[in-house]
Structures are given as structure tokens and as C-alpha cells.
Write a protein of this length. Sequence first.
Length: 186
Amino acid sequence: MRYALLIALIGLTVFLAETTMGESNPETGLVSFEVKEMPEFHLAFVEHIGPYQGDGALFDRLLDPLIAWAGPKGLFNFPETALIIVYGDESSPGAQPSMRMCIGIPRGTPLPEGIREMTIPGGKHAVGRFEIGNEEFGKAWGLMYGDLIPSHGVRPGDGSAYEIKLNDSDTHPEHKHIVDICIPVE
């Protein structure tokens, strides 16, 4: 029994060393991980309040009005334009799940009705790059909070956690999403 436990602990240590040193791990979809300074993002967004997990069409419904407005104005040219999804803090009692579909815009851009603006401050973030399918986002976020952040001697800080979308999953050979999950840390 002790021998099996020792082998299991050695295996866990090797797994953590592989994932926390920024190396790729196909089992988790992790491509890289680092703690780094992120820039400030000024964003236009459309918000959804309520459940969103498992509703892939919701993401398109939120993105459509942003593209319809920003595209003709030359404000949306993916992947050069930041496409960011900001998730609400659900840790307080009674908080409802929420998400904001955002695109990067210059400050002072006039916005139409139904589209609002926000700024995500820059600062120190844990950033995990993942290549994952639709059903693997929860596992990726769990890996960030449960393993990667604690093993780097930092802890989640105040501020918004978000994903930066880096590809169009419809054009990926396996229809996977390449995203940076960014969590403020201290």
C-alpha cells in the first residue's frame, strides 16, 4: 500500500512539474502556462445573465450584434481585434452566472444602444494557453485554479477572469478552441 501511494505521489509530482513549467500536456489541452503582466483592455460588450455552460449557440448570439456593428466600421478584424469573454464572479451567495462577450475597441468609440463598454485593468495574471473542445472548458478552468496557480506560489486576486479567443474553432481541423485563460493573481 505504501509503495503504491509513493508511486502515485511521484506520478502526481511529475504531472504537476510537466504542466507548471509551461510545457504542453495533451491530456488537459494545456499548451503553456506563465505568470505575466497583461495589458489593459478597453472593450465593447454584450452581456448575458443566467446559465451559459453547454450553450454554444449563445456565444454566437452574443457575438453577432458586436460584429454587425463593429465590422462595417472597421473595428473588428479577427484575430487582430481582441475577442475576450469575461465571466462574472459567482462566489457570493445569490450571484447569478453571467458572461460578457467583448471586442477590443479604441477609447472614445461611440457605441450603439445595447452595446456597452468596460475596461479590464492590466496587471499580474496567470495565463494558461489551451487547445480544447467545447466540453473541456470547465476542466481547463479547474486546472488553472486547482493546480497551476497554487503551484506557482500565487493566489487568485481581485479583478475579472477572462478568456482571450485566439482562433476560429470552425477552421481548426478538430474544431478546437485555442484560448488564453487569464486570471488576476497576487
